[in-house]
Design a protein around this ligand. Structure first.
Ligand code: NI
Length: 190
């Protein structure tokens, strides 16, 4: 089932998401739905708050970046209760977008290398290091679990320039091909 995506301004995107336990109800169904939603919306990552659930769960499919980063080839992962335990290396700029913020892309500076610990959908523990694009996708999705959005990480002048467009997204005044939950949309208006 394709799930609707929470749009910029939705309060759940600002909450700190909580860890889940192994007995979390219908976890496999949720993971399947998140994959289906991510693929239907052409995303490379999707965090649970974007489908209106404040839990620490991400799905990723980095395949579209396989040319830029060999680690991305066939990289499909479910990250449960992830924790970035180290960030090091250079600051580098990468152009980011987000399913919750359609049609806006901005250059964002982040640190190049990360070490992350998480559980997969079989509750197997992983401790891994990533660089470049792979690290970037994880950092972006991880931010969602902390209530942070990529537009928070741009300069104040860029923030000012984006203000109007972000408000339009919250109100649903945008053309978007997938279903979204707009926090400021007036009832009865299409
Ligand atoms: Ni995002």
């Amino acid at each position: 089932m394709i799930l609707p995506i929470t749009a910029y301004g939705h309060p759940i995107l600002r909450k700190i998401a909580v860890d889940i336990e192994e007995d979390y109800p219908n976890l496999q169904q949720l993971v399947d739905d998140m994959y289906e939603t991510m693929h239907a919306t052409s995303g490379v990552g999707l965090a649970a708050p974007q489908v209106n659930l404040s839990i620490r769960l991400l799905v990723m499919d980095a395949t579209p970046y396989a040319d830029e980063d060999p680690q991305a080839k066939d990289f499909k992962r479910v990250l449960i209760n992830p924790e970035i335990i180290e960030e090091e290396g250079e600051n580098w700029v990468f152009n980011e977008g987000c399913l919750s913020i359609p049609d806006i892309r901005e250059d964002v500076e982040r640190i190049s290398n990360i070490r992350i610990q998480y559980y997969d959908e079989n509750w197997k523990f992983h401790d891994e290091r990533y660089t470049s694009v792979m690290a970037r996708i994880i950092q972006h999705e991880y931010d969602h679990l902390e209530g942070i959005l990529f537009v928070d990480r741009v300069s104040n002048i860029r923030k000012m320039l984006l203000k109007r467009r972000l408000l339009d997204i919250s109100k649903g005044n945008i053309d978007v091909k997938y279903k979204m939950i707009f926090p400021l949309k007036k009832k009865g208006r299409r």
